[in-house]
Write a protein that binds this ligand. Structure first.
Ligand SMILES: Cc1cc2nc3c(=O)[nH]c(=O)nc-3n(C[C@H](O)[C@H](O)[C@H](O)COP(=O)(O)OP(=O)(O)OC[C@H]3O[C@@H](n4cnc5c(N)ncnc54)[C@H](O)[C@@H]3O)c2cc1C
Length: 383
């Protein structure tokens, strides 16, 4: 990833360290991670040394307290080398952001310093077999039982869950309350009655494992994040942040695929000249570059708004939506430029295509992002 115009020297310095690490440590192993479905949790100690596991956290809790722009640049650099690794980190951030935004001082003290130092890994469990796009459909219950809650239900597709030390779990404390009946709890891995399956077999990001989990366990009241009924609101605020992390991963995939396509177009000879001499290929490269740059601009705009402390839900949705569609387009066009070579598993093109696919589904599908964007637009101009 080349330095970007308009980025402050401080943000660039953070990114430069991550670019070096990613090129040396992650990129050479990314193909094996994918082929053998090796969990990228193995990188956590190294990432923690660089400050990555607490990049989203304040210094008070051992975090790096970097700007949203530096965070996006860093995740994009990691994803350019290995999208599984940035996805694993994104799931950890979902959990630690939940505690930062919803937890009291005691919970923050107990979990965040260890999460920032890589001693504890987090996961975030919202989705259920019958509740994905609409969390209000969730069936997991948290029923009061003295000074504890009895947690019962099933979550699925939960990234990191099998390897995590703590999991932020969303459950209904008021089954009749719709969104307002949802509360969030921090559940420790050793909690009796918590069961986690073997990892799902995934199409892409095969080094970021996702698991089904079931609960029939007691959780102390002190593990609840905020007041009863505030879980959904907290989740939506966290997803505003995490959609920018997904956009960053898409930018990394786009950068990697475009760089590979340019190299190939310049070196592959067809009919006595490089592919890059052909106008049809130049037009593909131009469209890929334009969409990649547009995705960067939307994402950096969301960063600027987040940094300024103003509402950025729509910007976060727009950059996630656009960047995920960009990554799919750029990865697919890059594979096309490679021809049959692109279809083989000895080159990373088909991995880019597979890794990009989930980005339009998780943390709110493209359809849900369009709904959020349109809702904001229409609310701003009531008829
Ligand atoms: C690899 C992976 C990792 C994941 N990690 C996590 C995690 O760590 N934590 C977590 O909680 N979840 C996680 N998820 C779950 C993910 O966020 C959901 O899969 C996603 O939100 C979609 O939910 P669903 O699969 O239930 O699809 P559904 O909600 O059943 O939707 C199916 C289709 O219908 C569309 N649709 C739904 N509602 C509407 C509507 N109102 N208008 C138009 N179209 C609509 C959707 O866009 C989608 O295309 C992960 C999923 C995967 C595959």
């Amino acid at each position: 990833m080349k330095p970007r115009f308009g980025i402050t020297p401080d943000d660039q310095a953070v990114a430069d360290a991550i670019v070096r690490f990613s090129a040396e440590e992650l990129a050479p192993r990314a193909q094996a991670v994918d082929d053998q479905e090796i969990s990228t949790v193995r990188y956590v100690p190294l990432l923690a040394e660089l400050g990555v596991m607490g990049m989203n956290l304040p210094e008070r809790w051992g975090g790096a307290e970097i700007s949203p722009t530096a965070l996006v640049l860093s995740l994009a650099a990691i994803a350019e080398a290995c999208a599984s690794t940035s996805s694993m980190i994104g799931a950890h951030f979902l959990a630690t952001d939940s505690i930062l935004m919803g937890g009291d001082d005691d919970l923050q003290q107990r979990y965040l310093p260890q999460a920032a130092s890589g001693k504890k890994l987090g996961a975030f469990a919202l989705t259920e077999p019958r509740a994905g796009s609409n969390p209000a459909d969730m069936a997991t219950r948290a029923t009061r039982d003295g000074s504890c809650y009895h947690l019962s239900g099933t979550k699925h597709f939960i990234s990191n869950a099998g390897e995590a030390d703590f999991i932020v779990v969303f459950a209904k404390t008021d089954p009749a309350g719709g969104h307002r009946g949802i509360s969030a709890f921090v559940v420790d891995k050793e909690t009796p009655g918590l069961h986690i399956s073997a990892p799902e077999k995934l199409m892409g990001i095969r080094g970021a494992h996702a698991f089904e989990m079931s609960f029939d366990c007691r959780v102390p009241e002190s593990q609840r994040l905020g007041q009863e009924g505030t879980g959904f609101r907290t989740a939506m605020r966290i997803l505003d942040n995490s959609r920018m992390d997904v956009a960053a991963t898409c930018l990394g995939i786009g950068e990697a695929a475009l760089a590979a396509a340019v190299d190939w177009a310049q070196s592959r000879q067809v009919g006595g000249e490089p592919l890059a001499a052909k106008q049809g290929i130049q037009w593909k490269l131009a469209d890929m570059k334009m969409r990649l740059e547009a995705a960067w601009l939307l994402t950096l705009q969301a960063c600027a708004k987040r940094q300024a402390g103003v509402a950025f839900s729509a910007e976060s949705s727009m950059c996630k939506l656009y960047a995920s569609e960009m990554a799919a387009f750029v990865a697919d066009e890059a594979l096309q430029i490679f021809g049959g070579y692109g279809y083989t598993r000895s080159l990373p093109l088909e991995r880019y295509v597979r890794d990009a696919r989930i980005m339009r589904i998780y943390e709110g599908s493209s359809e849900i992002q369009r709904t959020i964007i349109a809702r904001g637009l229409l609310a701003a101009r009531p008829t």
